[in-house]
Design a protein. Structure first.
Lengths: 322, 322
């Protein structure tokens, strides 16, 4: 571990990859590890990219990566995949087309599957982002499918959130819009050469007009064609604008502190659970389940009894140590 | 509360609606309440319906409701809406078209928004299902958009899970398929009169063939046109088949016990958090955040210190009581 850490700190990419795996496995080693690199965290700007499946997020991320590289920024990409724990199957699809970028030492790409762990996504993605940040990447792009919890996790983990929409698949997008609307710092209308783009743009503007008139930051809409790179420079400019706006309004500090808070809470909540569910209590639980199933007890009274055994045991433990 | 409970137990629908609201608000009252009705829980069969946005889930649920009603079964519908906590916006769309059913006293329809609460969906939906079950509904239909966590919650809460797919929006569906594949007890290929249905059917069959050849229950594919009701009787038959299969293989008992386990764990985990985050610790947290932000501490050491203050305080509390 010491050796690995030394290699990581000296810029060894294989050590980075290995440390990310350790963090993904979520062991106690991960906490110790992140503790050792934390003093280097905080320089990178973190951009979340979210939107419905098929919106072209991955292509957009590829193009953004190229443009950041052309300005000599080092780019870390995290593709977070909030899908089934049953298959480990991917919503984002493969990233093989990033071949050209994958030989560039200024780029590091990592896919993360979340295996359905409740609340684990933000936590884990943030830790991986911290590792990339401390390694020296200037920009961290975090890509995820924008439905349900994953979009909220991205908002929490990112300094700027880009929501990608497309003209097609009208109803689905309409339906998703509600949820994606308020998390966007910047909208991208991708595939904007396709039929329906103009109508979509008008609709989006009218919804935004109502929604955002009282807000200090008015989320701009950027039209892009990710495949050709059209509109990408405008997107880059808007990201820069949002970054500057947040810096001037001291919003980045607030965001970073919120991120720290939810991270500390997550670590503690995990530890509370680990600590509670010792062998004895797991055993009590399994006895309680049979009684609940047989209607001898209710889940509610059984939970409360199990919970109350916590305090008693904790104090008993303390007394033994005294 | 006593009066409300009495009215609920005597079959008052307004009392049911009120109790559901109490459960949704997730207060301590909710736990006491569910405790009082638990002896009546367990008769209803619970069916989850999930799939991508725009697959026609709601229409399908309407049609299923009608068919169950024609057999005199009482039907409770829970439309779970895993969307943004920012807007409270709906992924499922309105259910106004269920007008005709809403005057039927054998049907009760409830929409639930989850407000992005981590892990709250399965928990809450299950409690509402328990209330409907104890009220006397024979069938409970739970509908949700099938991406990310929400689909897993449905699997946990349901006795049979129906995954709805459509021929169109090819890429998106393809991408989603991986995640939805293994949770399905029954597949519905809805809008099966549309272009691409035959190709989709062939594809689905070939994936299933590989995936399911070793499984005791082979998930059937039912082709439907929800708007006209085509294929609905076949779907009803497959649900009945799956129910019988599970009963004979004693799988329903296993599922119910798993559900009890995760429910008890959820209640206890919530209580652990509530108990931990008292005013004093929230205060310590906010001081720690500033230090972490200033790089004086790391999130990891700060978390561990905060966590370890737990045991100490707990034992101190106990000593005072002794």
């Amino acid at each position: 571990m010491e050796d690995l850490l030394k290699r990581y700190l000296s810029g060894d990419r294989r050590a980075l990859a290995r440390l990310i795996s350790i963090v993904e496995d979520d062991s106690d080693d991960a906490l110790r590890l992140l503790d050792r690199v934390y003093h280097r965290v905080g320089r990178a700007y973190r951009i979340g990219i979210t939107g419905p499946p098929g919106a072209g997020k991955s292509t957009l991320v590829d193009q953004m990566t190229r443009l950041f590289r052309s300005k000599n920024a080092r780019v870390g990409v995290i593709a977070v995949d909030p899908t089934s724990p049953f298959t480990g199957g991917a919503l984002l699809g493969d990233r093989i087309r990033m071949n050209e970028l994958s030989t560039d030492r200024g780029v590091f790409i990592r896919s993360m599957a979340t295996r359905g762990s409740l609340g684990g996504l933000a936590h884990r993605a943030q830790e991986v982002a911290d590792l990339l940040d401390a390694f020296g990447f200037d920009i961290i792009l975090m890509e995820t499918v924008g439905v349900g919890q994953s979009e909220l996790d991205i908002v929490e983990a990112a300094d700027s959130t880009v929501v990608v929409l497309v003209p097609e698949s009208g109803d689905s997008i309409q339906a998703m819009k509600a949820g994606l609307m308020e998390i966007a710092d910047i909208f991208v209308l991708n595939k904007s050469d396709r039929e329906g783009a103009e109508r979509m743009l008008v609709e989006l503007k009218s919804v935004l007009h109502l929604d955002q008139r009282e807000k200090p930051w008015q989320a701009p809409i950027v039209q892009t064609i990710a495949n050709t790179g059209d509109g990408l420079p405008a997107l880059m400019q808007q990201i820069e604008n949002h970054r500057t706006y947040q810096k001037n309004a001291e919003l980045l500090t607030i965001k970073k502190k919120q991120r720290i808070e939810s991270y500390v809470r997550q670590i503690i909540d995990d530890k509370l659970k680990d600590d509670f569910w010792n062998e004895q209590r797991v055993d009590s639980l399994s006895k309680a389940i049979d009684k609940i199933y047989d209607k001898i007890r209710s889940p509610y009274t059984a939970s409360i009894d199990l919970f109350e055994s916590f305090g008693k045991t904790a104090s008993a433990d303390t007394r033994i140590h005294e």
